[in-house]
Design a protein around this ligand. Sequence first.
Ligand code: MTE
Ligand code: MO
Length: 465
Amino acid sequence: MSKDQIELSAKDVSAVEKPLDRARLIKAPENFLSKEFISDINKNGLDENRRGFLRKSFMAAAAAGVSTGQAFAGTMPVEGDPAILEKQPWQTTLGKNVATMPYGLPSIFEANVVRRELPGLTRVSAASVAFAPLQSLFGIITPNGLHYERHHQGWYNIDPNMHRLMINGLVKHNRVFTMSDLMRLPSVSRIHFIECGANTAVEWGNSAVPTVQYTHGMLSCCEFTGVPLSVLLEECGADLKKGKYLMAEGSDGSGENRTINMEQIDEIMVAWAMNGEMLRPENGFPLRLVVPGVQGVSWVKWLRRLELGDMPYGTKDESAQYADLMPDGTQRQYTSIQECKSVITTPSGGQQLLDKGFYNVSGMAWSGRGKIRKVDVSFDGGNNWRTARLETPVLSKAITRFNIGWSWDGAPAIIQSRATDETGYVQPAIKTLRDVRGSRGIYHNNSIQSWKIESNGEVSNVQVG
Ligand SMILES: Nc1nc2c(c(=O)[nH]1)N[C@H]1C(S)=C(S)[C@@H](COP(=O)(O)O)O[C@H]1N2
Ligand SMILES: [Mo]
């Protein structure tokens, strides 16, 4: 069994702590909204015109003397509310000095928003996975401290002065670059997602884990800065006629040698920065490969060597891991592109809707083949679909944020999202994927995720169709 194989039992699942990221699900009063209005939102969404309509109905209700203290997304002032009437310490004392926190940290009230290891997934020595808390993220950028982590042999604090990148193979001149050499070259900055090929592997089983952090949290999206691979290869006089494959090697104990198909060369970068600062040690400081659209394992961290060759290298790591064992017994290897996928992150498993009424349903969509064209959302287990609003920017091979208004009537519901990318490819149902892949593979699951909402508002992980 490979290190990435994920095994879960019922016992493990109950041991998984439920993240209490519930405060984000704002209790929205319902009596203010008419039945017709709710059904209109659910059918047609909430656009600018309807927001105007909403304001008008609010004023009409006020004029009619109807109890309207309850605004659309807020609550009625409570008589004697200390949060309004009493002065708080932050109004009556001095604040902290500027330099008390030279490197800024999140509010202490965000202490629950952390990367988590999956109980039940065995940690093999220093090899490990920590999942990003997708349920607590906004927009499309993953903050550096919450980027997921996947190490085959732990992470290191590498001294950048002692770090070298060697380029050899089918090149005129073998070259060695120091970090200072690299950072003098023309650089580019691009926003891209990275997703482990084993992301959502647990869902090949039977909705084994409770939260989106564990179902989809081997996913992040950042702005990377570095030098395009093409610039480096030109420096070395690469033979791009013969050199069709690149072997990337990391400085860690695992080496993580991977063959990369040179068809992707235009977009590949050798990067040192992530979201405006140097890479974090756990994400490859001082240098990592960025291979947009391709599964995380090819994004070799602590990058020390690139070799240009005329055949796939077939290294130990790539023959054993991230290859899909197909029903006919063959292995689908070098399946590197991460196909179009999406997931609703709010509301999602482990959260609870506090009351009936309006909610902003929000999620992420991405495709290794380009831009997201469309995301449809179903609130009835896939019978009816409405198109969600895509937030800008919609970038190629990056996460796209989608939002859609929904008014929950208090009845049990199953919510799902289904993304389509610019090639026209549509994210499949789990059954469709199983019919092709069988039950022996664990990687590359891009199927539709379903969340069940109970009548008490609790949200859990289920599989439908
Ligand atoms: N050198 C090296 N590179 C590596 C790995 C590793 O263990 N060693 N893990 C790979 C895997 S499997 C993934 S999914 C990504 C994870 O990147 P992250 O830890 O920055 O999220 O890095 C890849 N690059
Ligand atoms: Mo991975």
